[in-house]
Write a protein of this length. Sequence first.
Length: 135
Amino acid sequence: MGTDEADDGGEDQRRDEGEFDGEAGEGHEVKNWNDAKMSTWAKMRKLLKKILSGSKNIRFADFVTLIEAFGFTLERITGSHHIFFHPDVPQTISAQPDQNGQAKTYQIKQFIKLAEKYNLKLQDDIGEDDAEDEE
């Protein structure tokens, strides 16, 4: 009985350290940091396409992740209002979830408009554009 408890603790520790290859992780195993980063950026691109196509069913947590992927940083939270700033944008972005945990449509539109106005891009895409400009 004592060895089973020790084994479970070891699995938890390996899982936390990213070394666990058990059944729960199959198909979702992250080989290295670059794989995780690519997966995140692929999700952000997919979410951005969903928003630009007019979808109004966007989870607030996903919207926050997208805002951060455009280079904004969470400055503060006041009540349910999450305030973000960007070093190249003179105004902040305010976002708050609706009662169902969804992003508010008008705030998504405000964010997209601001990103277009200041020609902001997903942080992963910045290096690609700079490389094209240098050629």
